[in-house]
Write a protein that binds this ligand. Sequence first.
Ligand code: ZN
Length: 197
Amino acid sequence: MKETKTLWDAVVELTTGVIVDLDAPLNDEMVSGQIPVSICSASLVGVGGTYPRGHGNYISTRCNKTGTIYSIVNLSYEDLTDAIRLGVITDDTIEADIYDAGDKLKVAFVTDKRLPAKCLEPEWWYNERSQFRSAITRKKYNISEDICLCEHPAAVSAAVHFGRYNYNEVPGSVVKYGKCIECQKEYRTVHTLQKDN
Ligand SMILES: [Zn+2]
């Protein structure tokens, strides 16, 4: 399973989409509220499995009244559309922690209790979504301020941003180089690539 996730990590690095104002001031304030379920953009990677998957394509949704875009970090296109199709979600909105990312752009961590916990496991941290990684992860795992994110076993994968992949260094493996987003400690991991079959 780990290998699949590694390949997925590499894919999402290449398929980021939403353009945001990177100069917009950071606002760590979070509000809990309702976000729309109408999907306005999604990545396009083939995804198998059945609901609830806990993985899949990333999505943004849009409020048609205000035009605000919600960039979702932890619920896949596949699981959201299945939840609607199966009647798990019957409203136009779902509950989420909402972070302000600029003019008409929010980052959303879905918390809606109607969705099985597995649906809300994935975390996609890249580009515009990454600026709230620390705040979201600390809240999710209830991590105290006196330890670094990367010192917490459940949070280390969210704490370390892998910005460089090397497919030649170790044959049959991908070597990932990253840094902790908080303390800047450097990380290097080696993952065996799955053979096609
Ligand atoms: Zn750290």
